[in-house]
Design a binder for this molecule. Structure first.
Ligand code: ZN
Length: 82
């Protein structure tokens, strides 16, 4: 799991540490991109909720997503494991 934490809120730090240290994956094959419905490999959490993206849509919108999200979990490496 590759995790980017861009900004902490008080109270989120412990939660973030648990997620970062956990061995279970955040995303699975039933998670779908919110833009196109493909399998999602990137989970983002921003001020208005969480969004899922496939690699294509994450890369396409990466600048906007990074400006919006305070947590990004990128599991796109899994796309290369099949
Ligand atoms: Zn997509």
């Amino acid at each position: 799991m590759v995790k980017y934490t861009l900004q902490y809120n008080r109270g989120d730090i412990m939660d973030t540490m648990i997620k970062a240290e956990g061995t279970s994956d955040t995303l699975n094959s039933t998670d779908r991109c919110d833009s196109c419905g493909s399998q999602a490999y990137v989970w983002t959490n921003g001020v208005s909720g969480d969004l899922l993206f496939c690699r294509h849509h994450f890369l396409k919108n990466e600048e906007k997503i990074r400006a919006w999200a305070f947590e990004i979990i990128d599991e796109s490496y899994k796309a290369n494991q099949k």
